[in-house]
Design a protein. Structure first.
Length: 256
C-alpha cells in the first residue's frame, strides 16, 4: 500500500529541523586544570572540553558511524512524536525491523514502519559510496504474512513502509566525522534497484545515484512491480533462516 502523502510530508517537515549535534566521544580523563568547569552555552562547553582533552573522534568506519547517526535520528523523531497530538511511536531493536514504528490518528491510523538508513557520499559526491540496503530479502519481506523475531508484526500488517536516508560526506579532520548531512524521506520501492546490496548476504539494494534517491528512481514502475520482482528473486535460504521460517509457520498454524 502506498504511503500516505501526509505522513511523508510530516516526516520531511520534522526532519528539516534536525540539527546534527554529534560532536565526539567523551573521555572522562582529560587535562582540564580546574573543576568545576563553567560554560555559558553549549558552544563554550564544547570548546572547553575539547581544549581539556576530553574528546575522542567518532569512528570513521561506515557501519559504526552510521549506527551512531541512526540512533540520533530515531531519538529526534521520538521526541517530535512525543510533542505531536494523536501520535505514538515505539523504537525497534538494533538489528530488527523497523527502527521506528508510528501509529495514531495523526498518521491516519494503522501502523507505519520507518527505517533509518545512513550512507556516505562517494568522492565525486554524485552517488553513495556503497549501495543502501532496503530489506533482508529472504525473511520478513519474502514471507509478509509471517511474524518474524526482531519485528513488531508481519510485514503486510503495516499501512506503509518509509525510509529515512541520511547521506553525509566523511570529514576525517573533524571530531564528528560527518559534514553536509542531507536527510531524504522516500518509500523503499521508489528508490529500489534491481541489484543486491551485498554479494554475500540476501539484501535488496537501493539505487546509488543521489539524484535518484532524492527524486525517486525509475527502475520500477510502481510498488507492485517492485514486490513482483524481489519476491520472485532466488535468494538463498540458510539453515538459521529455515529454522526461523519453520517456527513462524508453526506459530501461524496455531493462531486462531
Amino acid at each position: 500500500m502506498p504511503a500516505d502523502p501526509k505522513l511523508l510530508a510530516w516526516l520531511r517537515k520534522q526532519l528539516s529541523t534536525y540539527e546534527l549535534d554529534l560532536v565526539a566521544v567523551f573521555r572522562k580523563q582529560g587535562t582540564s586544570p580546574t573543576w568545576p568547569l563553567h560554560a555559558g552555552d553549549p558552544n563554550e562547553l564544547e570548546a572547553k572540553l575539547d581544549a581539556g582533552g576530553h574528546f575522542v573522534a567518532l569512528p570513521k568506519e561506515p557501519a559504526a558511524l552510521a549506527n551512531i547517526l541512526e540512533v540520533s535520528l530515531v531519538d529526534f523523531l521520538l521526541d517530535v512524536v512525543g510533542q505531536t497530538r494523536g501520535a505514538k511511536a515505539v523504537r525497534g531493536t538494533e538489528r530488527g525491523y523497523p527502527d521506528l514504528e508510528l501509529t495514531g490518528s495523526a498518521f491516519g491510523g494503522g501502523f507505519h514502519a520507518v527505517d533509518v538508513k545512513v550512507a556516505r557520499r562517494n568522492k565525486a559526491r554524485t552517488q553513495t559510496q556503497s549501495r543502501i540496503t532496503l530489506y533482508t530479502g529472504n525473511t520478513f519481506f519474502r514471507y509478509p504474512s509471517l511474524h518474524w523475531s526482531g519485528t513488531f508484526r508481519p510485514f503486510e500488517s503495516y499501512a506503509s513502509h518509509v525510509d529515512v536516508l541520511g547521506i553525509y560526506t566523511l570529514d576525517e579532520n573533524s571530531l564528528g566525522r560527518i559534514s553536509d548531512l542531507e536527510l531524504i524521506v522516500q518509500e523503499p520501492w521508489h528508490i529500489a534497484s534491481h541489484q543486491r546490496s551485498s554479494t554475500t548476504r540476501e539484501y535488496i539494494g537501493a539505487v546509488r545515484s543521489l539524484d535518484a534517491l532524492r527524486n525517486g528512481g525509475d527502475e520500477f514502475t510502481d510498488e507492485e512491480d517492485f514486490y513482483k520482482f524481489w519476491r520472485a528473486y532466488k535468494f538463498r535460504i540458510g539453515a538459521s533462516v529455515q529454522q526461523e521460517l519453520d517456527k513462524a509457520l508453526a506459530a501461524q498454524r496455531k493462531s486462531p
